[in-house]
Design a protein around this ligand. Sequence first.
Ligand code: GLY
Length: 419
Amino acid sequence: MTAPQAADVVVVGGGLIGTAIAWQLRLTGRSVVVVTGERSAAASGVAAGMLAPVTETTFTEGALLALNQASISQYAGFVAQLEEASGLPAGLRRTPTLSVAGNSDDAAQLAALAAYLDRLGLDCERLTSRECRSYEPLLSPTIRSGLLVAGDWSCDNRLLWAALVEASRRAGVLEVPGFVHQVESEHGRVSGVVLADGTRWMTAAVVLANGAWAAQVGGTPPIPVRPVKGQILRLDPVRMPPPSLTIRAFTAGQEVYLVPRDSGREVVVGATVEQLGFDRRVTAGGVYELLRDARQVLPVTAEYVLSETSVGYRPGTPDNAPILGPCELDGLLLATGHYRNGVLLTPVTATAITHLVERGTLPEVASGFTLDRFASDRLAPDGSAQDGSAQDRLAPEQLAPSGSPDPPPAQASATRGTT
Ligand code: GLY
């Protein structure tokens, strides 16, 4: 048996979040190891890369909105530093997002969102159908109304991830392929990790950043993260024109989004939201509905080539917000549960965990997202938080203990849009 090796920090998970944390921690002079997991299965490579704190917000997620806004305000600086460090483009696209409504019910839903954004003092511009098409001429003339949000951007998550991997390698982060099987501890303090192949790393600090797989590592407190399946498509316009803006749409009660890349050769269309655990299937129904709704909004998509279908697993939590920071096991730091916002929350998560390691506390903006918000004595009888933490309201079924089995397919629901 080989002797254990040692590092100041072991990061579990080599997706966007884990790699960004590893890179930032390495810049503080610490020795950092990333145990990558199966990178090809990570949500980081499947996501669409919307940076949409405003257009994706919902009425019950005020605390999350503040965190999302903090992260987008860091994005340009984070990407500039990353491109300099990696020598690679990181895919940030600072074009607005246009939310549109397909029928009168959809228009009412969009109007309610606009009124909510007004109450929060967030900038958005209400548009008529004609105005929507002057911004995006490819939109269907049937579009009823729209909402333009200049500060909601996108980032090509695959370019971002490649740049992060390169920057972290150049900085001296050590990548170890494989899976962490167990976090080891002595007297309530982290002492190391054991990998699935039996390799041991000694360390006093473990960052758990393995997304939807966070609940599967032994030796940690229960972590209420579950996989939320998303089917997503990539279309290649080939010789047809791509949209210039990111388009989100309510269409006949469904939500669909279309995210173009600068190359003009990719438009990402997403996504289903399915409570089916780690189900890998791309289904005919999922693909059909996404293509149908995309065409309803942007008829030219029917001429595009369907270049990729994929499935990813969002790390869902009971309140749809991430789990960040320390927990009852000293030295175990959590950076998981980013659900629909992993690409958006990458900068703020990396800076918050680095701040925590350096100074022993989370920055204010992240302090409401610790695991202990789910402790039963911090919930009001109706499931809402009593203390201003991230949890605005939990549905009773969301209070199931972590590790509860995924629902069997017959009971599972497939929906789209905000959950
Ligand atoms: N944030 C987009 C999605 O989760 O589908």
